[in-house]
Every structure is written in structure tokens, then in C-alpha cells.
Design a protein around this ligand. Structure first.
Ligand code: PBG
Length: 326
């Protein structure tokens, strides 16, 4: 008689057995909800390429965050869309800039029951759409830019942020921000570094959400990472940890599960992954056509990101997943 040496199917037989031996479980505690807040609008504005996502008013943001806290979501990350953009992106560090006023609103609304993060970059605030100061030759000036990131970190700190999240991929940005915060006695404010952020084609819907067009049909390949490379990502992460990052991020997520797994194996810090706008939009678009089961795919994708090693996942699915009762 021939028989298999080991029967793998025994533990798959019933839902309870499968639940018992599951190695990975996504929970609401893992999720960070990205939220957009726009100055000078009177009603929330839907983002056409991100179904279910809106540009919030200050009022609607308050309500959304109160509800997310009620659903058990532990954190949100804010992106601001200012009424006025300029070459330097000065609304980013204006004490009364949109993210700063929103942070004060939200602290007032939810206290410490939810972690307030703020994306720290200039692209939403510059009229040319780059993440920093553009030189006459079109390149982005690294060192002039990180001074402005430091100022922005202080403005966000003053407004009550818990975690600043620099996403501009300038060299030395984490060190500059840590030094500025410490110099201002803000030693408690944590840094989530977008450490391995790739120059991905998956950010398109996000740029609709923040009204960013890169001048002259440009791209960010001069500062974001080349997606051909994995070892380079580990070097970026090591530098950011040395510079004082408390958490590091890989972004996007699904096409970079190898990077997440390698980072998890090598570094003992909290690891975040950003399931970005294009990843969300692809699921929504295919589901709208009835080509996939969007709920099932969302859960499969986000669980895969956790299985690869992410402790923290930024996702536009956060609210939906929480409502489904993970
Ligand atoms: C830059 C920033 C971007 C995203 C997060 N922070 C856009 C970019 O680098 O062009 C993308 C997030 C997403 O696509 O969901 N401030």
C-alpha cells in the first residue's frame, strides 16, 4: 500500500482547525489610516481614483478620526492640501498650516486614545510638486531641503503630533529632524522613517488626492529608490536607524515583500509597510468590474504584508477592515 508520508490536509479540514494553526493574523491593532485634509473646502471631496477616500474638511476629519478611534484603529497619518503652494512649500511649517490646525483639532477630539502621525514632506506644498527645493538645473537640493524638513517637524511637534514621518528620501533627513526635535526638547516625538521608499508608479492616485503634478512631467527618480534594488534598501534602512529612526518603512508593499522580509530578518526595530494608493485602487477597480472579490483580495494582500514581516501597515482599507471586525 502506498500512502503520503505526511498528511498536510488534516489540519485544514475545518475552519476551527485552520484558525487554531494560523501563523499570521491581521488585526486592527496593526493598521494606520492615511487621511487627507484640505484647506478651504466646505464639504468633503471624493478622490475619483481612490473610491471611498475623500479630501476632508477640518470638521469631517474630526468626525472620521473619532469614528476610527471607536473602531479600535490605533493610528492615523495626515496629509495636508494647502490653499496656497509656493516654491519652498512654506505652508508645511506654517504654525497655522492645514496639518498643524488639524493636529490641534484631533488632539482635542481624541486625546491620547489614538496615535497622531503626520507625513513630513514638501511635495503637497510646493508649486512644482517636488519633495524639496529645486535648483535652476531642475535637481533637488538635498541639504537646503532637510533644513525645511526640520522646521516642519518643529511645527508638527508644536501642534501635538506623536510621530513624524519623513517621506522625502533626502539623505540625512532623519538626523536633521531628530536634532531639531531634541534641540527643542521634543525628545518624546518619534520618527517613522520612510526609509526604503521606491520611485514607484503606484503613487498615481495619491497624487490626485493631494493635487500634485510634478512640473515638466518630471519624476522622483533622483531621490526615491530604484526598484531594481534590494540591498540598497537595507543600506537606507541601516542609515535611518543610525540617524535615529524609531520605526522604518518599506513602500510600496506588495511588490516589495522581499524587502520587507529581508528588513525584518536584519533589523530589530518596528517595521512598517505602506500599502499605497495604486495598490488599493487596483483592488477597487477590479472589484468594481466584478472581476475579483475585493474584500477577499484586500484581506489576502494585507495579511501577506504582515506575514512578510511588517508590524505596522498603512492602508486605505483600514476603516473597511475594522468595520468587518478583523
Ligand atoms: C510624499 C508621499 C507620497 C506618498 C506618501 N507620501 C507620494 C510620492 O512620493 O510621490 C504616496 C502614498 C500613496 O501612494 O498612497 N509626500
Amino acid at each position: 500500500m502506498s500512502f503520503p508520508a505526511r498528511r498536510m490536509r488534516r489540519l485544514r479540514r475545518t475552519p476551527a482547525l485552520r484558525r487554531l494553526v494560523a501563523e499570521t493574523r491581521l488585526t486592527v491593532d496593526d493598521l494606520v489610516a492615511p487621511l487627507f485634509v484640505r484647506e478651504d473646502i466646505s464639504a468633503p471631496a471624493p478622490v475619483h481614483s481612490l473610491p471611498g477616500v475623500v479630501q476632508h474638511t477640518r470638521e469631517s476629519l474630526r468626525k472620521e478620526v473619532r469614528e476610527l478611534a471607536g473602531l479600535g484603529i490605533p493610528a492615523v497619518i495626515l496629509f495636508g492640501i494647502p490653499a496656497r503652494k509656493d516654491a519652498e512649500g512654506s505652508e508645511a511649517w506654517n504654525a497655522d498650516g492645514i496639518v498643524q490646525v488639524a493636529l490641534r483639532d484631533l488632539r482635542d477630539e481624541v486625546g491620547d486614545s489614538l496615535v497622531l502621525m503626520a507625513d513630513l514632506c514638501l511635495d503637497e506644498y510646493t508649486d512644482h510638486g517636488h519633495c524639496g527645493i529645486v535648483r535652476p538645473d531642475g535637481s533637488v537640493d538635498n541639504d537646503a531641503t532637510i533644513d525645511l524638513y526640520a522646521r516642519t517637524a518643529l511645527a508638527q511637534a508644536e501642534a501635538g503630533v506623536d510621530v513624524v514621518a519623513p517621506s522625502g528620501m533626502m539623505d540625512g533627513q532623519v538626523a536633521a529632524i531628530r536634532a531639531a526635535l531634541d534641540g527643542d526638547d521634543r525628545t518624546d516625538i518619534a520618527i517613522l522613517a520612510y526609509a526604503a521608499k521606491y520611485a514607484s508608479a503606484l503613487y498615481g492616485p495619491f497624487r490626485d488626492a493631494v493635487d500634485v503634478t510634478i512640473a515638466g512631467g518630471g519624476d522622483r527618480k533622483g531621490y526615491q529608490q530604484d526598484w531594481h534594488n534590494q540591498r540598497e534598501a537595507l543600506a537606507e534602512i541601516a542609515l535611518d536607524i543610525d540617524e535615529g529612526a524609531d520605526m522604518v518603512m518599506v513602500k510600496p508593499a506588495l511588490a516589495y515583500l522581499d524587502v520587507i522580509a529581508a528588513a525584518r530578518a536584519r533589523f530589530d526595530v518596528a517595521l512598517a509597510a505602506y500599502h499605497v494608493s495604486g495598490e488599493y485602487a487596483m483592488v477597487k477597480a477590479a472589484a468594481e468590474r466584478g472581476w475579483i472579490d475585493g474584500d477577499a483580495v484586500a484581506l489576502e494582500h494585507l495579511t501577506a504584508i504582515k506575514r512578510a514581516g511588517a508590524d505596522v501597515i498603512l492602508t486605505y482599507f483600514a476603516r473597511e477592515l475594522a468595520e468587518r471586525g478583523l
